[in-house]
Design a protein around this ligand. Sequence first.
Ligand SMILES: CC[C@@H](C(=O)O)C(=O)SCCNC(=O)CCNC(=O)[C@H](O)C(C)(C)COP(=O)(O)OP(=O)(O)OC[C@H]1O[C@@H](n2cnc3c(N)ncnc32)[C@H](O)[C@@H]1OP(=O)(O)O
Ligand SMILES: [Co+2]
Length: 141
Amino acid sequence: MFTNLEHLGLAVNDLEAATTLYTTLLGMEPYKRETVESEGVDTVFFKVGGSKIELLGGTTPESAITKFVAKKGEGIHHVAFEVSDIRAEMQRLREAGFTLLNEQPKRGADNKLVCFVHPKSAHGVLVELCQEITSSDLEVD
Ligand SMILES: CC[C@@H](C(=O)O)C(=O)SCCNC(=O)CCNC(=O)[C@H](O)C(C)(C)COP(=O)(O)OP(=O)(O)OC[C@H]1O[C@@H](n2cnc3c(N)ncnc32)[C@H](O)[C@@H]1OP(=O)(O)O
Ligand SMILES: [Co+2]
């Protein structure tokens, strides 16, 4: 089940400048910064009500964020939903014909397992599914 709009991922060119600006815009400090090497990103998180803003800066030329900013410019990169059972939702979406970008859930930022749905199968929007990591997920890559 989809339970919440977990975060909006914003791709930015200069993460420090964007963090300063969003701190002013939202009137709050970020609650977390995290590097996710497997995705080639640095992240900065703000909590807004029951949801979050995830600022993303690319750290490698191969990073999805580096490529996105070079091709499309800065802006909304993905929409992330909290789900109660990520494996069940991945199976449901596969059966419904969506193209998933990972076969198994993988580790994202902020203690989540994540999976991405290709923007070509979601009307041009990159969709991320997120589920909180629990002790039973510790063996996941
Ligand atoms: C921090 C961890 C995690 C979290 O916990 O929250 C994250 O959020 S990590 C975020 C970064 N990681 C990812 O985005 C992983 C999933 N993305 C991908 O696998 C790729 O980016 C992609 C979506 C498969 C695209 O890669 P690729 O095919 O190599 O790039 P192209 O530039 O050739 O794009 C092909 C096609 O798709 C369009 N596109 C690309 N990105 C997006 C996007 N974010 N939203 C909408 N459309 C997108 C791109 O414009 C191309 O379209 P055409 O030109 O029409 O072919
Ligand atoms: Co994200």
